[in-house]
Write a protein that binds this ligand. Structure first.
Ligand SMILES: *[C@@H]1O[C@H](CO)[C@@H](O)[C@H](O)[C@H]1NC(C)=O
Ligand SMILES: *[C@@H]1O[C@H](CO)[C@@H](O)[C@H](O)[C@H]1NC(C)=O
Ligand SMILES: *[C@@H]1O[C@H](CO)[C@@H](O)[C@H](O)[C@H]1NC(C)=O
Length: 774
């Protein structure tokens, strides 16, 4: 157009002779061929003249023709598209200049074509979408410029107005050429992180055209939010001894901010070291896990602060309480608090001998303990004050039966599964001297041959005492008693430790056939207990004496005739031979070689006044020969006490005895038959002594009977003393004694033994003094 103006100016100077300008005004964008105006009429020419004069339109310098001339009608028509916006841009008036050239004569006319704007363009934003990023921290009133819309049209047809679709946050401010969004209400990314605003631009044409743009507002985050825990207090419970990595609880905090501002990391707040060693928290997930050992008995609850922190350091806190729950992980522990040691065996049932304490560190049921003794022992547990038990005896103890108890006490708690433990309590029972020694046998018998050596072992007794140590140590001793009037200790002795009984002296069967001693076994307790046993010593005979015939008289010089009745039945006793074999020394002993007769013991009151001794004398020849003699001893201090004492010789006595015997036998034989009938008739039953006299129907004068002649009684013990009494008394009145003159002494010697010098016996033993041997 600028070029066109120059051209026009140049042409104007060149064709100054032209007749004037013609102007036409019409809207842009008319159809080709549309009539702009009648040029011929405006030039004042005939239409036909135009063609005659070869009228034609010259384009402006550029040669672009926009209109044409209809030669026949003289009308100016649109020859090409006329777009005002292309030709004139945003100039307010748009004029196209064309020329009409006529010939004959040459004439030049200027044609001004005023192109009028038509609202054919809508307002247009540069882009369909405007991205706008606004930090949420932007304050109210903040302005954000929006590029304005363009409308190629001009004037009223250009952009006249903007409209913003209603929204919460923004209003529009249009001033001059600027369109601005003004923040009317502050943004909150956490509520609305982006929004679309619709902005419409309107022109003033008719009809109005509009253009829209979407403003996409992205709200940028500001770290305006702290993380927030989902709970202020987290509570969890955890069984004790949970293995590492057990998840206890998951804390969670959220931060409304985004990006770094919303990245929450977790940590413990300020906590003591022992929590750190037991629990850990995952910084990322907030998981609290077990890392160490939890022990309910040590710490039943943990309380800690957890911290949530976002990327820029805003933090918040919550509390975590972890309650540890009890697990039955502690077995009961049994403690022996006191123990009577040892326990005397004589304590009465129900005596407390010990105190037991049981502890279980667990709580509630897990810590409830039952205590018991499973074994069969005479003890029980009696619950005492809390957790204490008394160990009490239930029966009488007996150390000799059970001396030590190994009591197993077991304790079981009530957890599930229950835990238990046991403890051995060793209890000794102390001895009490409650058992006397007990002999192994009820009685003991010892057999010894006569002429034994003094000191030889007779037998041994043994007693057991189950008590302990000295209470069970047995000591043997002889109970004092007398044998034949002498102390038993002069016969036997007992070894106090071993119970072996020794003979103290040599025994003579002819003097002593048996005797009984009592041995006591005593323990060493305090007080001591004892028991005793009888020991019978039987002395067996060694054949050291030849028998001596007493009846019929061994001298053979007396006439012995037995009267046997013709009517005697077979088996009838007709006579009896009496013989003895040695004598019992009893009160007296005789010197083996000297022939001295001595009292063996003290004379007692019970000893018979009259003593009959038979002394046997034996030689050493082959075969040995022997003889006997009888001797009468009168025990008295005064001869006057013996009224019928008379002097007889040894021989006289024998002949007197013989004649007495004959008289007796005759008279007895005479009455024999009559007498036996009487005896049988009354079934007179007597003991041995009478039977001896009557059974045989032979009356043997007592003088012929040996002093120790007697049957063995039921127990086999010779009752020597009785024998002396029986026979010496019966025979004494008719017996003759050769009295030793020196016996006239009124008193016994001071030592109370009857002593005689050997010569005193010469008279009596005169004929056998040569080689006395007993
Ligand atoms: C006691 O009994 C327990 C269990 O029965 C046993 O282990 C212990 O060795 C015993 N103690 C003695 C001293 O016998
Ligand atoms: C013997 O028994 C007594 C009580 O009778 C007792 O005091 C003593 O300790 C016992 N001796 C021993 C060694 O056991
Ligand atoms: C000997 O034992 C018996 C019972 O066995 C008793 O009666 C007697 O008294 C005891 N004697 C002595 C001296 O202990």
């Amino acid at each position: 157009m600028f070029g066109d103006a120059h051209t026009f100016y140049f042409l104007f100077l060149l064709f100054h002779s032209s007749h004037g300008d013609v102007s036409f005004s019409f809207p842009e964008e008319m159809q080709r061929g549309s009539v702009i105006g009648n040029l011929a009429k405006d030039l004042g020419l005939e239409a036909s003249a135009l063609s005659g004069r070869k009228a034609r339109i010259n384009a402006d310098g550029s040669g672009k023709r926009y209109c044409d001339l209809n030669a026949r009608s003289g009308e100016l028509i649109v020859a090409d598209r006329i777009d005002r916006e292309v030709l004139c841009g945003n100039k307010a008036s748009c004029i196209l200049k064309q020329e009409v050239v006529l010939e004959n004569p040459l004439e030049l006319h200027r044609i001004n074509l005023h192109i009028q704007d038509v609202n054919d363009n809508a307002p247009l934003f540069k882009d369909d979408l405007i991205d706008l990023e606004i930090r949420e921290s932007a304050v109210k009133g903040a302005r954000f410029v929006i590029e304005e819309a363009h409308d190629a049209d001009v004037g009223q047809n250009s952009v006249q107005q903007y409209l913003l679709k209603k929204n919460d946050n923004f209003v529009l401010s249009v001033g001059g050429n600027t369109v601005e969004l003004v923040l009317d209400k502050e943004l909150d990314r956490e509520k609305e992180s982006e929004m679309n605003l619709l902005l419409t631009a309107l022109d003033g044409g008719s009809p109005r055209r509009s253009g829209t743009v979407v403003i996409h507002v992205t709200v940028l985050d500001a770290n305006d939010n702290s993380p927030v825990f989902s709970q202020a207090v987290y509570k969890a419970s955890l069984p004790e001894n949970s293995p590492p990595d057990t998840i206890v609880i998951n804390v969670r905090a959220t931060d409304a901010d985004e990006g770094v501002n919303g990245d929450v990391t977790y940590d413990f707040g300020h906590v003591s070291g022992n929590i750190i060693s037991v629990f850990s928290i995952s910084p990322v997930t907030g998981e609290i896990k077990v890392t160490g050992v939890t022990d309910f008995e040590e710490k039943a609850s943990y309380e800690m602060r957890v911290e949530a922190k976002d990327g820029l350091g805003l933090t918040s806190y919550a509390k975590v309480i972890i309650d540890i729950t009890d697990v039955n992980d502690n077995a009961p522990v049994i403690n022996l608090k006191s123990l009577a040691y040892p326990v005397a065996e004589n304590v009465s049932p129900g005596t407390e001998v010990g105190i037991i304490n049981v502890q279980d560190r667990d709580s509630e049921k897990n810590g409830q303990v039952r205590c018991s003794i499973e074994q069969n022992v005479p003890f029980k547990l009696v619950p005492s004050i809390k957790n204490y038990y008394s160990l009490v005896t239930t029966e009488q103890l007996d150390r000799e039966l059970v001396s030590d108890y190994n009591i197993t006490i077991s304790a079981t708690d009530e957890g599930s599964p229950p835990l238990s433990s046991s403890k051995s309590v060793l209890l000794s029972v102390a001895d009490i001297n409650d058992n006397p020694p007990v002999f192994e046998e009820q009685s003991y018998s010892a057999y010894v041959s006569e002429n034994n050596k003094a000191g030889c072992t007779l037998c041994s007794v043994s007693a057991q005492d189950p008590d302990w140590r000295q209470n069970g140590t047995v000591i043997y001793s002889l109970l004092p008693s007398e044998v034949n009037g002498a102390s038993v200790s002069s016969y036997v002795s007992v070894n106090g430790d071993t119970g072996v009984i020794h003979a103290v002296r040599s025994f003579d069967y002819e003097h002593l056939r048996s005797f009984q001693v009592h041995v006591m076994a005593r323990d060493n307790g305090s007080p001591p207990l004892s028991s005793n046993v009888s020991v019978s010593v039987f002395i067996s005979d060694v054949n050291d004496n030849s028998p001596q015939i007493l009846y019929p008289s061994p001298e053979g010089n007396s006439f012995m005739t037995e009267l046997v009745p013709k009517a005697a039945h077979g088996g009838s006793v007709v006579s009896k031979v009496i013989a003895v074999d040695a004598t019992d020394p009893g009160l007296f002993t005789i010197g083996l070689h000297s022939g001295e007769i001595r009292t063996q013991r003290d004379i007692s009151e019970s000893d018979s006044m009259k003593q009959n001794l038979i002394v046997a004398v034996k030689d050493n020849g082959q075969p040995p020969l022997s003889a006997t003699c009888s001797m009468y001893l009168l025990i008295s201090d005064n001869l006057a006490e013996v009224p019928e004492l008379k002097e007889i010789s040894y021989d006289d006595k024998n002949s007197k005895l013989t004649s007495y015997l004959i008289i007796a036998l005759v008279s007895v034989s005479t009455f024999f038959l009559t007498f036996i009938i009487i005896v049988l008739g009354v079934r007179f039953c007597r003991r041995r002594k009478p039977r001896l006299l009557f059974d045989g129907a032979v009356a043997i004068p007592g003088a012929y009977l040996p002093p120790n002649y007697a049957d063995v009684d039921g127990t086999g013990t010779l009752r020597s003393t009785y024998n002396y009494d029986a026979y010496l008394t019966t025979g004494s009145r008719t017996s003759d004694f050769k009295f030793v003159s020196s016996y006239n002494d009124n008193t016994l010697p001071a030592d109370q033994t009857l002593r005689k010098s050997p010569s005193d016996f010469d008279e009596i033993f005169g004929d056998i003094q040569g080689s006395p041997e007993v």
